[in-house]
Ligand binder design. Sequence first.
Ligand SMILES: [Zn+2]
Length: 176
Amino acid sequence: MAFAPVNTILDRIQAQEKWRQGRLWFLVVRYWGEAVGALVAPHTRPTGIHRQVLQVAVSSGVWAQNLTFARRSILQKLHLLMADQLTEANPIVDIHFSTARWEKVSPSPAVNKRQTKTIKELPQSPQEAIDRCMTSLQQKKWQYRCPQCGAPASALEIDRWQMCRYCASRHLLSQK
Ligand SMILES: [Zn+2]
């Protein structure tokens, strides 16, 4: 009898941890494509999270190498996209890219080829695709305009307040 409460607590902690991990994985899968962009996404598949390191299968060694160089920016963007729905700040500390699991998770080559053809102006090299991805990451940060003052605003600000941070703080202060 004396051990029953301890077991119950451990069960509950384990259940909570499982729920937290499941939720994090759901968010990663949901936002991964947006974090790396449409040109890079078809060459990558998140396969799991191991000790706070996101595991991503990639189609070739060149992709693995280039994405490894860009992983800090990708991770930052991913955390930004998930920020509002996370229970803890920055739960993933790094990303590991590997070709090892690609065969197992990728769709048939025929499907891949068809998808690739629909993208116009295909990048000539993985490096070019990464450059484009980085450029779009930088542009996306201020892609909106504040409807109140017309200043550039981030998606996060528009999503949260429907205006830029300066107008939002002015708005909040005027309500007091
Ligand atoms: Zn504004």
